[in-house]
Design a protein around this ligand. Structure first.
Ligand SMILES: [Zn+2]
Length: 304
């Protein structure tokens, strides 16, 4: 079996154990499974659970001394705001790892949302046109639980900015383009947990033509991802564990170096890839895998 299939099986196996792992459920939002962090009090990993690993997205809640931060808002199905208020009573900041509709469609439940400045025009366009939603398979939610799109304020972040949750509680914004132009990761300087969105995860990172790129297109490339990640890899010692937007949680920091090697391999020879047949989708056919890292890409998205 090729390595990428082994990697996918590992993640599927881990996800199959989700419901037996210790978690909490709250009637206010029956879609979300709440996993208190096993090591750090005041951190919760929130899974939108559709019983299909690759369709569930993860959100994360970090409670600091003075404020709390919600990272991503999922599909916009169910009362996420109500759920978060059961977990923390601190004033809440909300931020997106990137603009895609499986991570941002619940934004309208909140007044203000932060995201990297290069994804701001994408979020604004979604808000204006009411487009860009993604939905899990229809059997897994009730129509009446869809939160309608409503407007909210979007605040742009730059690489190296901090979201301050109180004395010594700083969350650093790390721009990590490729999957989207303004994709970013959030590094908690207190716990050294890295919330990586869809940039680095235990399932393939998608850099595909299907994702429209009208703004900052030069950042929606394998090359931009490689150049930015190679700088961050000098800071591996600052990362204790990685919590991505999909799939397995708490993965180790060697995923970052494997990802860098995988991106280098694509740039070296974009036309040498394996056939990705894990999903039946002609838009996702080319996969490169190095170690635990996997990238599904279109040849047109390698260089700007
Ligand atoms: Zn996603």
């Amino acid at each position: 079996m090729t390595t990428w299939k082994e990697n996918m099986q590992d993640t599927d196996h881990w996800l199959a154990g989700l419901l037996v792992r210790e978690h909490q459920e709250y009637p206010v939002d029956p879609y979300v499974l709440v996993y208190p962090d096993e090591k750090y009090r005041g951190i919760w990993h929130l899974c939108f659970n559709v019983y299909q690993g690759s369709c569930s997205t993860w959100m994360h809640l970090i409670e600091g001394e003075e404020k709390a931060l919600l990272i991503d808002t999922g599909y916009g199905i169910g009362d996420l705001e109500g759920l978060v208020s059961k977990l923390t009573d601190k004033p809440l900041l909300v931020a997106n790892t990137h603009f895609h509709g499986d991570h941002s469609a619940g934004n309208g439940q909140f007044e203000e949302v932060y995201c990297h400045e290069y994804d701001v025009p994408y979020l604004k366009e979604q808000m204006e046109k009411g487009e860009g939603r993604l939905f899990p398979p229809v059997d897994f939610y009730r129509q009446e639980d869809i939160v309608p799109f409503s407007s909210y304020q979007v605040i742009g972040l730059k690489n190296g900015d901090f979201l301050n949750l109180g004395e010594g509680d700083r969350i650093e914004v790390i721009h990590m383009p490729g999957h989207t132009s303004g994709g970013c990761m959030f590094l908690d300087h207190k716990t050294h947990l890295l919330f990586s969105g869809d940039a680095v995860l235990a399932t393939p990172t998608l850099i595909i033509e299907r994702f429209p790129n009208p703004f900052y297109a030069e950042y929606m490339t394998v090359t931009a991802f490689r150049d930015t990640l190679s700088k961050f890899c000098g800071r591996l010692h600052e990362v204790e564990a990685i919590y991505p937007g999909h799939g397995r949680q708490g993965i180790d920091n060697s995923y970052l170096t494997d990802m860098l090697a995988c991106l280098d391999a694509i740039i070296d020879d974009p036309e040498e890839f394996e056939e990705y047949d894990y999903v039946d989708d002609p838009g996702q056919r080319q996969i490169k895998c190095v170690g635990k890292a996997m990238v599904v890409y279109s040849s047109s998205r390698v260089n700007p």
